[in-house]
Design a protein around this ligand. Structure first.
Ligand SMILES: NC(=O)C1=CN([C@@H]2O[C@H](COP(=O)(O)OP(=O)(O)OC[C@H]3O[C@@H](n4cnc5c(N)ncnc54)[C@H](O)[C@@H]3O)[C@@H](O)[C@H]2O)C=CC1
Ligand SMILES: O=C(O)[C@@H]1CCC=N1
Length: 277
């Protein structure tokens, strides 16, 4: 369903960084009215760029923007969240839906930060939201209404796909699987390009070859749900051929173990952050 049919809420983003830009881009592309979107930031540069690109309202006054909004999206770094929320705690937030995209901070903390009961939904998006290929995990506590859940889902869906999880630990797993994981793939492609260049391939061609292979592989996975990943992989591997040699090298280096370790460290960091806040 189109975003406009679902909601006409005034949405205010507190913090106009990478993720806010990604989400706003998705919203505007889906026809969400620019006039209903507001972003705040202390520095003017990012605000000017957002205003120019998306014709949204911008300011550096968090309180005025939050006061005027129906939905407040908290998009600052976790370390700044407490101070940013404290500075809004004099407002009456009873009728607002507050959505946070911050990693690590447990839902219960926000009530303390705002010093009043609030309606809060935790989400974990990722940067591909900017181009409509985002993935967002959403967690809401039992007291959140179906209407508020629908508004949040609609907003986040404008940038791609969403999954609901039923615990905050589930959200930590979302961080490892999709919130942080675009960076894993970027690193992999970056490493492939570097290797291609070392072999003598011009960088632009190495990038084109690697990125198109990544795109094709992702689409193969998506469009062949009936096939296992192992099957897709073995379809590329001729017996005694080149792919088998490369895959064998990854397996000897325990790629699976390394990925497992990286993802567990990602979750562990989210758990560690939850104790810090
Ligand atoms: N970058 C990513 O891939 C993802 C980030 N997140 C979460 O999103 C949040 C934001 O991350 P990014 O967008 O990457 O960070 P960012 O640093 O690009 O953006 C944060 C913005 O907040 C602004 N800011 C600082 N103090 C402020 C204040 N008092 N009032 C208003 N704005 C203020 C900063 O100037 C900056 O533009 C973090 O909590 C992070 O955990 C979640 C999922 C993915
Ligand atoms: O690295 C981080 O902490 C944030 C959360 C997921 C992606 N970026």
């Amino acid at each position: 369903m189109d975003v406009i049919e679902m909601t006409q809420a005034k949405v205010c983003f507190i913090g106009a960084g990478n993720m806010t830009r990604s989400i706003i881009s998705g919203l505007v592309k889906h026809g969400y009215p620019s006039a209903l979107i507001h972003a705040t930031n202390p520095s003017q540069g990012k605000l000017d760029a957002l205003q120019q690109d998306f014709s949204i309202e911008v300011s550096n006054d968090n309180a005025a923007a939050a006061q005027a909004a129906d939905v407040i999206v908290l998009s600052v770094k976790p370390q700044l969240m407490e101070a940013v929320c404290n500075a809004l705690s004099h407002l009456n937030l009873a009728d607002k839906l507050i959505i946070t995209i911050a990693a690590g901070i447990p839902a219960a903390r926000y009530q303390e930060y705002f010093k009043q009961p609030i309606t809060l939904i935790r989400t974990m998006p990722n940067t591909p939201t900017q181009i409509g290929y985002g993935m967002t995990g959403i967690y809401a506590e039992d007291n959140i209404s179906a209407e508020h859940k629908a508004i949040c889902e609609t907003l986040m869906q404008s940038g791609g796909n969403v999954v609901w999880v039923d615990s905050e630990e589930g959200l930590n797993q979302v961080i490892a699987l999709s919130g942080s994981s675009p960076a894993y793939f970027f690193l992999f492609i970056e490493s492939m390009i570097a290797s291609g260049v070392k072999m003598g391939m011009p960088e632009d061609k190495a990038r084109l070859l690697a990125e198109q292979a990544a795109l094709g592989a992702a689409q193969m996975v998506i469009q062949n749900q009936q096939l296992s990943l192992e099957q897709l992989r073995t379809n590329v591997m001729s017996k005694g051929g080149t792919t088998a040699k490369a895959v064998e090298t990854f397996q000897q280096g325990d790629l699976g173990g390394l990925v497992d370790k990286a993802m567990n460290n990602c979750v562990a960091r989210a758990q560690e952050m939850a104790k810090m806040f």
